[in-house]
Design a protein around this ligand. Sequence first.
Ligand SMILES: [Zn+2]
Length: 343
Amino acid sequence: MTNEHATVLRTLDAIPDGLLACDARELAAQLGGSTLIRIAGDRSPALFVSVLLHGNETSGWEALRRYLLAVERPGRSLVVFIGNVLAAAHGQRALAGQPDYNRIWCGAAAGGVEQELALALEAELVKQPLFAAIDLHNNTGRNPHYSVLTNFAPQALVLAREFSEKAVYIEEPATVLTRLLQQFCPTVALEVGPVGDAASDDRTLTALHRYCELESLDGDVPELELHRSLGRVHIPVGASFDFADASGGDADITLTSGMEAVNFHVVPEGTEFASTACELTQVLTVLDPAHQVVTDKYFRAIDGRITFARDVVPAMYTVDRSVIRQDCLCYLMERFEVPPLQR
Ligand SMILES: [Zn+2]
């Protein structure tokens, strides 16, 4: 075998026959695993587009195949990375036993197939210049669509503003794919809206058309409604949880109903977040971007009522139990301006 990584990353120079007829669940049968496809278009260098790092987040692939079916030739050459097709076959974010495919990059010691995959993709990325990179995701929870920045390169800000006036800057996890991609070109991740909502697919398709027709990312740095993450809220593995509107009342922590509706809105200090008969630290953990436990900074518990200890902007709050267990309950954010030196 000439390519030592061939088994973990398939590379193709054209779209295989029949591939665009496949929905996300059918890709594994066609491709067998993670695949990189180079597609010639009118402009160069190529736009990198990644889809299905999370196998249940199908809008990226849906929009991409609709785009490729609609145009005779893409407006710009594409390098398409189709991520976790095995999880996609089961409609899952990741399969049991697999790591999260957006936590395996940039030297993450994921081990096994995924570590090989990260090395293989990096080896492919150096082979051609790239115009820009967009990593396509669906939101979890009820959130507006927005972009996620991992740096403030002016061209990355332009890329973000093309999609939404809302953006989130994240310092961690350091092992997301965009952290790798930003070493090669302006990069942004797009949270396009909830999965299963036709508007999410349509919005992504519109964005793909725009990105492929963009001549340049130069120009004035745009205004963005930018937030940065203060921390991630987890429920410790040993703690049981329930939502107030569905609660039998015997869980360790009962989460106040309706928090999903305040995603991306300022929530004042003192607002109730949950109730518990346990110690605060037994039922909630807030980790800051440096992975330090900072629960007391953001929550206080008095007489069983857990309230916010300061004004925050919650985001990605989800009521999906598997996401809460696999990822987190929500992020806490604050409004933020791009540091002047980096504008
Ligand atoms: Zn995702």
